[in-house]
Design a protein around this ligand. Structure first.
Ligand code: ADP
Ligand code: GN1
Ligand code: MG
Length: 361
């Protein structure tokens, strides 16, 4: 760690009401958005400390208030305290500490692990239960009490507008290099606006949604191997159940990593698609027939939107997502678009699977 980073961390650690004196602080996890550390204290307690990404929102107190409201609600229904994130207040009573940016802390969930891809179908099924339950447990929480932390987060037409702006600005002169990807995205604009139009027409219910339901945003229990806790609640806000279902499929039902360079490895795994659908429908009992019918479109829309966001960030000069090497955002975009193309090939099968799984519920 650089000296300046160590100094900042020392001051931040003093800002939180930890039990025991912090004795170690090490970088932790592999998120794209927050800077995450694990803090170990004298006496054996551990914590997660995160520097929040201020690009997320200008209203960090509002974001933290969302997390506090939602975790309180979930805790009332939880049987196992480890199944809900537990915020640690800062010494001034806020849920965040300001020190060269905004920081927050959670109790470290012991004996848990995180997966970048499902090792088995059961892992993926477990994550479907966790995200499905998350929606189910929050169905009686009034969504309008939550701040729309990132306005238009999954408003795909607005994402198209932002993408066009990135194309026009073309600050790194990368537009010519991504002509094929750009065409692929723009050709599908009409279809990718359907969910937003249905939301605006009141034909799809607005619910409390997580909005970032990647497999690596679930912690698993080391002892039982079952999904334990949904994490990464920055984007919890009013949304559509289809976003949560779709984003999980995009990430977990792909046969390859999000930044795989060999596109021949990237496919939608229909087995995993079925397994996730089964878990999600069995845990989230509240979906309307219309929502169920639109699940495949949810998966396709979230995948294309994500690909477009990666490409937009590549055009902008990689300013939003953390990247480990030049061109990683373009690699990420390409896997998403390949997955969309594969979904188009498998469209009728996807619809059939959803129908079959809904019928057995
Ligand atoms: P990002 O928004 O950057 O993805 P996350 O909130 O998902 O940040 O956290 C990053 C990683 O930190 C997770 O993938 C997980 O490994 C770990 N993590 C987060 N919260 C906890 C917690 N309460 N207990 C244990 N590990 C955690
Ligand atoms: C980001 O925070 P993380 O790494 O779980 C992003 C998601 C993208 C995802 C792509 C707040 O998620 O929207 O789908 O990367 N989160 C935010 O991997 O923008
Ligand atoms: Mg995360």
């Amino acid at each position: 760690m650089k000296e300046a980073e160590t100094k900042t961390l020392e001051r931040v650690l003093e800002g939180f009401a930890f039990e025991g004196k912090p004795v170690r602080c090490v970088p932790w996890g592999s998120g794209h958005i927050c800077l995450t550390y694990r803090v170990d204290c004298e006496g054996g307690r551990s914590y997660i400390l995160q520097r929040m990404n201020e690009q997320l929102t200008s209203d960090i107190p509002g974001l933290m208030n969302n997390i506090a409201l939602v975790t309180d609600h979930l805790r009332k229904k939880a049987e196992d305290p480890r199944s809900v994130l537990c915020l640690v207040p800062a010494r001034d009573g806020n849920w965040y500490w300001k020190e060269e940016g905004f920081w927050r802390a959670y109790a470290f969930i012991q004996d848990s692990f995180c997966l970048e891809s499902p090792r088995t179908e059961e892992d993926f099924y477990q994550s479907a239960l966790a995200f499905g339950r998350f929606g189910e447990d929050l169905k009686d929480f009034p969504a309008e009490r939550l701040l729309e932390v990132i306005p238009d987060f999954h408003n795909t037409p607005v994402r198209y507008r932002n993408f066009r702006r990135s194309l026009e600005r073309d600050v790194r002169n990368r537009r010519a290099e991504v002509k094929n990807e750009t065409e692929f995205i723009l050709e599908r604009e009409e279809e990718m606006g359907i969910l937003q139009r249905l939301r605006e027409a009141g034909e799809l219910p607005v619910r409390v949604t997580h909005n970032d339901t990647k497999l690596n945003n679930v912690l698993f229990d080391q002892k039982t191997g079952k999904a334990l806790c949904v994490i990464d609640l920055d984007t919890v806000m009013p949304g559509l159940a289809l976003y949560d279902y779709g984003d999980s499929i995009r990430f977990g039902a792909s046969t390859a990593a999000e930044d795989e360079r060999d596109l021949s490895k990237v496919e939608l795994d229909l087995r995993k698609f079925r397994v996730y659908t089964r878990g999600f429908l069995s845990a989230c009992r509240d979906l309307t027939d219309r929502e169920v019918e639109l699940l495949p479109l949810g998966a396709k829309t979230m995948t294309l939107e994500c690909g477009m966001r990666f490409l937009g960030d590549y055009l902008d000069g990689d300013v939003y997502y953390a990247t480990r090497y030049p061109g990683q955002n373009l690699d990420r975009c390409r896997t998403q678009l390949r997955l969309v193309a594969d979904m188009e090939k498998k469209w009728e099968e996807m619809r059939k699977i959803v129908k079959e799984e809904a019928d057995v519920q």
